[in-house]
Design a protein around this ligand. Sequence first.
Ligand code: F3S
Length: 430
Amino acid sequence: MKLTDTEKMMLEGRNGLAVQKAMELLVRYGDALGAERLVDTNNVCGAVTAPTPEKLEMVKIKGLEKALHAGFSEMNLDSDVVIEVPRVKVYTCQLIQRFGPDTAGLHDGSRELLDLQADSDKFFGARGVHIMATCTPYQVGNVPVKGEHCAWMESSAVVYCNSVLGARTNTEGRESTGAASLTGKIPYWGYHLTENRFGTHLIEVDVPTDSMMDWGLLGYYVGEIIQDEIPVLRGQLSQADLAKLKHFGAAAASSGGVEMYHIPGVTPEAPTIESAFGNREPVQTLRYGRQERRTAYENLNASAKDRNVDFIMLGCPHDSIEQVWQAARLLQGKRLHTGTELWIHTPRALRELADRSGYTRIVEEAGGHILSDSCPAISRLMPKGTSVVATDSAKQAHYLPAIMGVQTWFGSLEDCIQAAITGKWAAGLD
Ligand code: F3S
């Protein structure tokens, strides 16, 4: 890879050992990808704080500070040499992490790991990492502008960043984002290049796609069929909004590997259908009608048989404040069925807004909880004894059966709240 003089100096160690290790990693990574050069970034979303049982063991042996320096060296810089973690060089945010001490008692997670999460927040916060602790940084202030080069992890955030915001990122990893945070550089390849951002497949939507559930089903179908290509959607689509696009992208990124999509007239790089395809012909045109919608629904509900529901999971990707408000309105004056748990996940900054607006009180009076920082799939934690889950998220319905070994029902927000109140899954597809 061709390096600038400044980058060469970083690689030679003139900016310290940590920056040198970070630059060595980026050069190895860029060379492997065939990137010609690096590009500057001032927007990194990575994962540095999450405690693991291995980190906890290290803390017990070496003490907190030494263990976190060693953990970052190994897991975020791929370095055998332990370096002292310096302050980050560029704007860096922590994505979703593990649950913290305020969730103790809601699950049977280790108290030591919950406390280590809080200690880890302080350690990395002191080094300039913004502890947003969410998979939706764009909901709490990290909103890169069109054309901005970013280094983000987390598939649902990446697809939102590329498609809805028009900023540019590949799906980075823990190591490359760690290195980017110390150097402000990332390999220039993939979605950073304009020629790789045009649509490949036209999806003709022949069935009304209106609710958040409809958009989730559409995303799940599209991802399964086209995998990691770039769909362009046209047809019977309702007015898109943040929640619908968030769910569409998250679903398409989990059933396939979609990192970018276009909706002409809606997403910023597609004012017209011709511009969405870069004036080229689509590789293929696919139709999404009633049968395709039903297939997506059946696939998402394939793991579920038992209609007695233990646990309702909302907020994957983390809920917007509007979604929390909608859930609170449906729960107002109601009580959850005995033995049924409800967790609503939202970024901590929005949790504060939910508290002030009275939504948290409504949810708690009904017997539910609003949680922040994590989710069951990432923390591997659910209410004790859960065997049947219901969710309004196609992404969560895709992962939970495999990750947690539970049956999972997928449906609308209304279906899920009804299940929370009755303890039964009664929904189906119209
Ligand atoms: Fe976010 Fe967890 Fe879903 S990371 S996208 S809430 S699986």
